[in-house]
Write a protein that binds this ligand. Structure first.
Ligand code: GUN
Ligand code: ZN
Length: 433
């Protein structure tokens, strides 16, 4: 297959990941990215190519555009698009009043398939090329998501929600049925194409000890699995965990006891972690999904980014839709910036974009494949362009460098800035003219 050449402005973070503060940022004012068989063949400034006698007529030329690595959303709920912006409740009431009823509708297989199709199309329209996704407790909803993502050749991680208590009966599985369903899903989908299976106990309050034990057994049996769950999001939730698990030292211990804190584990939120919990998460090499829009919308609290970073914990900025109100990485970066401001930490644009792309890939243990625009990496990227966003177009005129431009995108931008989304070198989304 012949290579494809695209000429544009390009901004990227060079490998390896540099979470300590040097983000390996590299801006190319005029460059070409060459794609072949789903991967990046090379990426060079035009200056270099001109010296080598490269034939630019082979290039697709993009005007007013910036190519960047696709966004990676390390915590998002596929069945919750229809509860985005549901009024007036904090976490536990919000789950009962809006979220569980929305997930119950996925019992209907044709409804589930259509909603999963919509979800994937929305990820692409928002420039999200990879995600770690909670589905519902219905096995078929995970199958649908995997089938749709496989057809688009996406690098996507997902799992069936495990929950066997404290929810509506229609959503509850059992330790036995969860074991059976997870095994079947793992055997069928894990490491198929670019997919991966993530064990997904919803959170400690909705899993019995027996079910957490099952998750631990599966993790041991299949060490290449991921694990995702929620941790320390809301004060009432934390009190509830204390009542349900009086034997546990703290919230993290309810997962630790069952072998669920590993370098492939991603914990959503982590707003109220103790010093000891942060130390243990860091020691195990697990990651935290910072979900700023959700934390503000559900009134959960202000994430302590400095504390998490001091402990060297891997971190990603995520949407947590439907607790979060937008799938757009730009909007989640904007909310992250504001939360950080309130915590006395200035989140610079390079760090924000880093935590939404290659830093998130690192948090998901996928940074050997995605997040870097370099030869050999998978060609998942977005074309950012403000042509249909007059306000930003105007505002960009007063930016004097790429960092200011990125900061405007993240504070004022939304999915209208995404002109194209490429998955494994194929154009999978293009904004309407
Ligand atoms: N904790 C348990 N389930 C959920 C969920 O669906 N969303 C959020 N934000 N927190 C949770
Ligand atoms: Zn969540």
């Amino acid at each position: 297959m012949a290579a494809t050449f695209i000429r544009s402005r390009i901004a990227r973070f060079k490998s390896p990941c540099h979470s300590a503060g040097d983000f390996g940022f590299d801006y190319i004012e005029d460059g070409v990215i060459a794609l072949e068989q789903g991967k990046i063949l090379w990426l060079e400034p035009c200056e270099t190519l001109r010296r080598q006698g490269f034939d630019f007529s082979a290039c697709e030329e993009l005007e007013n555009s910036l190519i960047m690595a696709g966004f990676v959303d390390a915590h998002v709920h596929a069945p919750q698009l229809d509860v985005v912006g549901a009024y007036g409740k904090q976490l536990l009431d919000w789950l009962n009043r809006y979220t569980f009823p929305a997930e119950l509708k996925f019992a209907d297989a044709s409804y589930s398939y259509a909603k999963n199709q919509y979800f994937v199309s929305q990820l692409l329209a928002h420039g999200t090329t990879s995600a770690m996704v909670y589905t519902t407790s219905f096995r078929h909803s995970t199958e649908h998501l995997f089938e749709i993502a496989l057809a688009k050749n996406m690098r996507l991680l997902a799992g069936k929600v495990m929950m066997d208590r404290n929810g509506p009966s229609g959503l509850l599985d059992s330790p036995e049925s969860a074991h059976r369903d997870c095994r079947a899903l793992i055997e069928q989908w894990h490491q198929r194409g670019r997919l991966g299976y993530a064990l997904t106990p919803r959170f400690s309050p909705t899993s019995s000890r027996e079910q957490l034990e099952v998750a631990g057994q599966l993790m041991q049996q299949y060490p290449s699995l991921w694990l995702q769950t929620h941790l320390s999001e809301n004060r009432d939730e934390i009190d509830w965990v204390k009542q349900l698990f009086p034997e546990a030292q703290d919230y993290l211990a309810t997962y630790e006891h069952y072998g669920l804190v590993t370098e492939k584990s991603v914990f959503g939120h982590g707003i109220y972690l103790s010093e000891s919990e942060m130390q243990r998460i860091a020691q195990r090499g697990a990651s935290i999904a910072f979900c700023p829009s959700s934390n503000l919308f559900l009134g959960s609290g202000l994430f302590d980014i400095a504390g998490i970073k001091q402990h060297g914990i891997k971190l990603a900025i995520c949407s947590d839709v439907g607790g979060g109100t937008s799938l757009s990485a730009f909007k989640n970066m904007a909310d992250a910036y504001k939360i950080c401001q309130l915590r006395g930490y200035s989140l610079n644009p390079l760090e924000a974009f880093y935590l939404s792309s290659c830093g998130a890939a690192q948090a998901l243990h996928l940074d050997a494949f995605i997040g870097h625009l370099e030869a050999g990496y998978e060609a998942d990227f977005v074309v950012i362009n403000a042509d249909t966003h007059p306000f930003i177009q105007q505002r960009l005129k007063s930016c004097s460098n790429i960092e200011e431009e990125l900061f405007v995108y993240m504070t004022c931008g939304d999915e209208r800035l995404i002109a194209k989304t490429y998955i494994a070198g194929q154009l999978q989304y293009q904004r309407a003219a």
